[in-house]
Write a protein that binds this ligand. Structure first.
Ligand SMILES: *[C@@H]1O[C@H](CO)[C@@H](O)[C@H](O)[C@H]1NC(C)=O
Ligand SMILES: *[C@@H]1O[C@H](CO)[C@@H](O)[C@H](O)[C@H]1NC(C)=O
Ligand SMILES: *[C@@H]1O[C@H](CO)[C@@H](O)[C@H](O)[C@H]1NC(C)=O
Ligand SMILES: *[C@@H]1O[C@H](CO)[C@@H](O)[C@H](O)[C@H]1NC(C)=O
Ligand SMILES: *[C@@H]1O[C@H](CO)[C@@H](O)[C@H](O)[C@H]1NC(C)=O
Length: 364
């Protein structure tokens, strides 16, 4: 094609090209205006909406955040020079309360909690022969645990048919959940972390506000109520409340994920009574389970299984509340002066029939 022919071609088709362009611009503009479905249009509007929804949610929260207002209450006022307990530590250096008899006003705490209208989930593991503990555990819990509040007892067991038919009060419910058994008691004990984290995500987050995770070979012996609740709490182990760090039975082998150096750690916490909000318990149990699995990969098992990992976790994630040994006691330790109540007690058992690691741990 020579130059003249090209020029002639453009001269002739220029009006056509012009009209084609005009037409397509018109249609493009038309669809841009009318079609909600244009990808760019949609992208931009989603961006704008998300922005405004986010800021709207925060502002909504300001006006609609639930208010807790106490009714008129009459009680003895606190006094700066009259600490409620003078014989024991009642607050940690990171300002977490340590719960002792006489250090709180239950009426105020109950009223505040009642207004939050929350349910408390209690997890226990009754695997293999441990189902024998359920009857007494549940009966005493009905008498002493979170009285007047809504409770769901989550009973993990390999034999749901063996869960006793204990009558519970209004607003309370026993929920048997089937899990598999393991041959070693150490494995059963450690798997609790995996199971609690799994069910926190699957179920607990939609059903309860707080989780309390305890051993089943125990009985309630006195009031255990909302004074224990906080974002993340654990109990001081009855065997080590007055011990120095070097006496704590932390994991001391540095190739375990549960390793704690000699110069770290605050308390020796018990694996048999911990809890918190569902999100915090989920984080804790997930992390402990991952650490247990990482150890297992290297053929390691921490000296006190999940209790060692729990103690490691609490070195770097300080609990927001700590329960005194009133909340986890064993009569083999006697009745020291400072212990005004024995709220939750180990049940003596026939070691030949039921292997219990906690008691061997306590060296009694
Ligand atoms: C409290 O919670 C229960 C169960 O979740 C619900 O049925 C009830 O309506 C709630 N009450 C108030 C006052 O929000
Ligand atoms: C463990 O579970 C399996 C399968 O459910 C069962 O056959 C076995 O008897 C159980 N072991 C014990 C000791 O309960
Ligand atoms: C509890 O009651 C249910 C239904 O009434 C029954 O099937 C079950 O065997 C009972 N469990 C026990 C341990 O008695
Ligand atoms: C770990 O422990 C071993 C033996 O107890 C010791 O030789 C080694 O130096 C320790 N490693 C670290 C990083 O502390
Ligand atoms: C365990 O080891 C396997 C294979 O070596 C690896 O894929 C897995 O991620 C490890 N798990 C943990 C928890 O470290």
């Amino acid at each position: 094609m020579d130059r003249t022919r090209i020029r002639v071609f453009f001269k002739c088709s220029a009006p056509l090209i012009f009209w084609l362009c005009l037409l397509s611009t018109f249609f493009l503009g038309f669809f841009w205006q009318t079609s909600e479905g244009h990808w760019l249009n949609r992208g931009i509007s989603i961006l704008c909406e998300t922005q405004s929804r986010l800021s709207r949610n925060k502002t909504d929260l300001l006006d609609n955040s639930p208010e807790i207002e106490l009714p008129r209450m009459v009680y003895t006022k606190a006094h700066i020079f009259k600490p409620l307990r003078t014989d024991v530590l009642t607050v940690t250096p990171w300002f977490a309360p340590i719960v002792w008899e006489g250090s709180y006003n239950l009426d105020i705490l109950n009223e505040q909690f009642r207004q939050k209208n929350m349910t408390v989930g209690l997890t226990i593991f009754a695997i293999k022969k441990y189902v024998v503990f359920l009857q007494r555990f549940l009966e005493t819990a009905e008498t002493y645990f979170m009285v007047g509040h809504r409770v769901k007892y989550y009973v993990f067991t390999d034999r749901p048919e063996a869960v006793p038919n204990v009558t519970v009060k209004d607003g309370r419910e026993i929920v048997p959940l089937k899990v598999q058994n393991y041959s070693r008691w150490q494995e059963i004990s450690m798997r609790r972390m995996e199971i609690i984290s799994y069910f926190s995500k699957q179920r607990f987050i939609n059903e309860v506000g707080f989780l309390v995770c305890v051993d089943v070979d125990m009985r309630f012996n006195d009031h255990v109520g909302v004074e224990i609740l906080s974002e993340l709490f654990d109990t001081i182990h009855p065997g080590f409340y007055a011990s120095e760090r070097k006496a704590f039975t932390y994991e001391r082998r540095n190739n375990s994920k549960a390793f704690i150096p000699q110069d770290e750690g605050d308390f020796y916490y018990a694996g048999g009574f911990f809890g918190g909000t569902v999100d915090k318990v989920y984080q804790l149990t997930k992390k402990c389970h991952e650490a247990i699995m990482a150890d297992k990969n290297r053929s390691m098992e921490a000296i006190w299984q999940e209790e060692s990992h729990l103690n490691k976790y609490f070195v770097y994630h300080k609990p927001t509340k700590i329960l005194s040994p009133e909340y986890l006691w064993d009569n083999n330790f006697g009745s020291p002066q400072f212990l005004k109540k024995k709220r939750f007690l180990a049940v003596p058992k026939n070691h030949a029939v039921i292997r219990n690691r906690r008691n061997s741990h306590l060296k009694c």
